[in-house]
Write a protein that binds this ligand. Structure first.
Ligand SMILES: Nc1ncnc2c1ncn2[C@@H]1O[C@H](COP(=O)(O)OP(=O)(O)OP(=O)(O)O)[C@@H](O)[C@H]1O
Length: 249
């Protein structure tokens, strides 16, 4: 099979905090247009990997290469817990931030920009919520709002950190529909997920990680019971007081 064009290439990548590695020696490609789930136990380094790809965390070792070399080509949805919802901003203003790459900070929103915002709000089922402050939204409505912002970012690479966490089945179904639409548009999508049944149903490729990569490839092969057991035992064996990576780069 010919090698697929890579959108994100990780080369012997090690990421961590204060020199303590959280993701060790990851090498592999997220192919252009692929839809990949990142799966693994709590503390396995899944969010850390997304932070590394998004550019908000610099590697301790190794490299991340993007096909486009432009970080603004990445749209990133952080975990809900990392978002401050006490900030007094309306749904309209939060969603319109998705246009910043195209309009800049200080220019007004054009008529076509306003149409795009209306279309994005419609796509996520939030028409009529424009003037609500985000602190008044339910968890599911807030996630819909953040997806509308992602739609406007119009990025070729989309990173989603637990997009369905604490979300009801109808909202998860609607947001999954948007993810499939992005996949059909040949965007590269990487999503951290805990629901392995959903991953098996809807994500063709999976990276299973437990600080070190366990397996990466076709979902049905990656999520076999042997790999799942290995990922559990590797995380259980982790020593939180270890300083430097013991394996040579
Ligand atoms: N800002 C930080 N400073 C120090 N250590 C951190 C920081 N963020 C994460 N870690 C540590 O890095 C390791 C990996 O964390 P990470 O959040 O990437 O895991 P995860 O796989 O996303 O977990 P979960 O499924 O629980 O969200 C954990 O041991 C965590 O405590």
């Amino acid at each position: 099979m010919p090698e697929r064009q890579s959108a994100i290439r990780c080369q012997d990548l090690t990421l961590g905090y204060n020199r303590h590695p959280a993701v060790h020696h990851l090498s592999g490609n997220f192919a252009h247009g692929s839809l990949t789930a990142i799966v693994g136990p709590n503390g396995a380094g899944k969010s850390t990997l997304l932070k590394g790809i998004s550019g908000s965390l610099k590697p301790i070792g190794g490299h991340i290469e993007l096909a486009s070399h432009k970080r603004h080509n990445i749209a990133y949805l952080p975990q809900a817990a990392d978002i401050d919802r006490s900030f007094p901003i309306t749904v309209y203003d939060l969603v319109s931030m998705g246009l910043w790459n195209t309009i800049g900070f200080f220019r007004g929103i054009s008529a076509s920009g306003k149409n795009k915002i209306a279309d994005a709000l419609h796509a996520v089922g939030l028409t009529g919520f424009e003037n609500r402050t985000i602190g008044t939204l339910s968890g599911g409505q807030m996630q819909r709002c953040l997806f509308a912002r992602l739609i406007l970012q119009d990025a070729p690479i989309i990173l989603l950190d637990e997009p369905f966490n604490a979300i009801d089945a109808k909202t998860a179904h609607d947001l999954m529909h948007i993810i499939h639409h992005w996949h059909h548009e040949k965007r590269t999508i990487v999503a951290v997920l805990h629901d392995t049944e959903l991953v098996k149903r809807a994500f063709p490729e999976t990276l299973l990680i437990a600080r070190e990569p366990i397996a990466w490839g076709e979902t049905s092969a990656v999520l076999c019971s042997e790999n799942m057991e290995r990922s559990r035992s590797m995380t259980e064996a982790y020593d939180p007081h270890a300083h430097d990576c013991e394996r040579a780069a």
